[in-house]
Design a protein around this ligand. Sequence first.
Ligand code: SF4
Ligand code: SF4
Length: 133
Amino acid sequence: MTLEIAKTFRCHRCGNCCRWPGDVRVDEREIARIAALLGMSPETFIARHTRLTHDRKGLTLLENADGSCRFLHADNSCALQEVKPQQCAGFPTRRAPGYEHLCPGLNDRLREKLSSQGGHDFQQPPVAGPGRD
Ligand code: SF4
Ligand code: SF4
């Protein structure tokens, strides 16, 4: 599957994945890096930009009312590009179930496979250069 994704996936930089509602998990190290980029303390970043994940086991970036990420620019670039969370860097294999139907970078075969796995392929390492970047 990894090879298949690596061979066929082409990001169109449409930003659909960053507009798809769902948790974007951030751990302590990621928070420290993002906070440093934004010039604030980790505590301030947590208070201003995160909430509990739906499973209440960690923190996720806050979303806009329409579900899009607050760090997505109008041109579909990411304000956190240099320090974006691993979940985003691992696209297209680590996003909330359902995103695969909105991603034009996946061919039909991959879309069907990911969909049958609930949208995830957690066994696989990140693929370089996909959306959310
Ligand atoms: S990963 Fe898919 S949905 Fe996200 S920007 Fe690339 S093509 Fe669009
Ligand atoms: S890649 Fe950037 S804009 Fe997209 S969800 Fe991740 S942090 Fe937000």
